[in-house]
Design a protein around this ligand. Sequence first.
Ligand SMILES: O=C(O)CCC(=O)C(=O)O
Ligand SMILES: [Fe+2]
Length: 312
Amino acid sequence: MTTIPILDYATFSGATKQDFVDAWGKAARGPGFMVVKNHGVDPRLIESMFAKADEFFALPGDEKAKISIDKSPHNRGYAGTGSESLDEKSGQMDQKEAFNMALDLPADDPRVIAKEPYRGTNMWPDVPGFKDTFTAYFDQVFNLGQNLHRAIALDLGLPEDHFAEPFVDSMSTLRVLRYPPAINPQPGEIGAGAHTDYGSITLLMSDGTAGLQVKPRDSAEWIDVPAVDGAFIVNIGDLLMRWTNDIYVSNPHRVLRPVKERRSIAFFMDPNPNALVQALPGTGEEKHYEPILCHEYLTMRLTATYSQKAAS
Ligand SMILES: O=C(O)CCC(=O)C(=O)O
Ligand SMILES: [Fe+2]
């Protein structure tokens, strides 16, 4: 039976640094999911994130619709309940609402003017302190993610700063999610359909309400991902699986419809849109994937997620 390991980030220094790297490597090759505690992200900031997300989700529908993701070519803004299907084959729309933000570039940035993929400005709701809280959280979690990529590099026998460059001006996305409670949930009813994440790693903070499950590729069973108070759930995404030529595993996961409201904060750590993701040195002679640009891969996956709406 697969278990989701708990890693202590405080050990990633000094005499115990290699222990953390080894624990990371084992988790990344196995379930592809781990709990990371003592991560250094300010607990008061996490609390503020949930508070600001609650204020936002409580706004009237027409207020949230003003910043609809449909108006953004850059995957930003508000996605309403029933607008996404992470499991395109299920025929079910996800029962969740969400708000996304990413690197904010001014309208006169040459990359915005040139209409480079995923380069643009955020759409903010009219909630006092929302932008500052989200921006501060984005920065702290991105910093943690960069440090975790140092552990990844060491585990793969690469220079510790190997991943610094591909994450300059990254297209990482911060997303808050709210799953409304099911009045009378039926077996198999989902909040978020089975899927793998698209990027490098995801750092997820939940409010502790159960529902997230993972199905390791070698398992027929869905396993509950434990909610450890204040800790991040970190999982491997598809681009890191491609980068490591399948040494690391990006595993399918889903969220069951909760009986009480559930909120989570996902930080999808994705490289620079123009980063070329191809098998890293030392990951084997036989290449399992064609090299792909980060933005090409993301567009392919996001199009599938939203296409159900057009079809329905
Ligand atoms: O809300 C969660 O716990 C997980 C959400 C998720 O897997 C996703 O948005 O990719
Ligand atoms: Fe996910």
